[in-house]
Design a protein around this ligand. Sequence first.
Ligand SMILES: [Mn+2]
Length: 455
Amino acid sequence: MVSIELKGIITKVYGRNLFTYTLHDGNLATEFLCTQFFQPGESVNVLCRSEEKFGRTVLIAEKIEKCNDIYSEIEQKIGQNAKLFALLSDSELKIMGSDFEKIARKLYAAQQLERFIVVKFHGDADGISAALILKKFLKANYFQQNAAIYSVGDAIKDIEKIGQYFRPLLIMVDFGSGEDSSRGLALAKAGEIELISIDHHPPSEFSVLSFALSLNPWNAGYEDGSKYPTGFLCAMLANMFGIDSEGFEKIACAGDKSTILSISNEEKNKALVLDFAATYSGFGNGIDFYLQVLSKNELFNSMLMQANVKLEEADRILKNNIKSRSTQNIEIFWFNLDSVAEKKEFPNKGKITGRVFDLVNSNKPVAVIGISKKTLIFRFNDIAVSKGIRTDEIIKQMKNNFSDFIENGGGHAYAAALRIKDPTTYSNCLLKFPKFQEGFENIALEEIIKIITAY
Ligand SMILES: [Mn+2]
């Protein structure tokens, strides 16, 4: 009789009275049988004997006991064993090489250890494309996140649902980096959910504290990290595993208007259809729906047609409603979003603001502001940004000047959004500033124009 000693993490268990376990020791996964019950994720020491059973050799535990938690040790060993391809040496993101490698090794180990992995992806063309690329090499539960913010409510739901699994891993794709997500993130972390961020939105110092790892070009000191969409980052990650991203990163670029890759009309249409489909798709939707949309010709074409009809309708209303003011430094355009945008309908406020931007953009500095009762949306051109007139800067100043009325806000240098509270609900404020009766959005607009023209 041969005795074998094993030490590692239990990754799988099934059976009833006689349990079949899979144990990973960092190099190998081994199966053994045992009558005692242990949870997946537990660190154990096992002494097994090998026996001929059911026509094959099986290992049966003679002695088994829990040992000190050796999870990190095993995770590291497995991660080191991952066979990865190096990032392309001519890649612009080469200086992020070690960030890519750390994430790749962590994901590989998580997968080998059968951890419970959840991928939450932003519900737009970039977020969806990124998740579709991840799905090619990462077995996980994929859920759509419609808001760009990871709220306290999101965190509590996650702790309730996924916190019960052993070492749950939550990957935030294309959202959750802003300061407005920091409280939700801190809560999820405290709830023992390990958090990974793959994103290209400027990260706030408070959010970063909650991430075990993050893959974000801003962290590597790029002046404009936003121009590398999340789908592009995921494609590079896939390549490290030798997986072909099949061009989804181009759809991501089309969706986020990034010019780092050349984009065909077909890819633009795909991005449009994904944005269209995501608008109508409920919270918590999985990812398979989008694969169907992209692969079924008739469905795809019908959605493309409807999206274009909606955009043309929006253009018609917008053309007569754009107001503008020119100064020496910049041309400012604004328009009322509420006249076009309908709740939960395509195009959403961000997309509409993008349309107006395309209509008025020129080779001079241009700032476009979409105004609605609760939200202000900004889209500035790169000439404005190069002069330091950045949407994220405007938002920072607005947060300072009107801290009582700004609910949250954030975004990239070229595009950002600000949510405002209704000041008419503050009676004190109305006494102090009777002008607020006319609507805060107008006062906010005046203030923003003041800030922009001061540059
Ligand atoms: Mn994006």
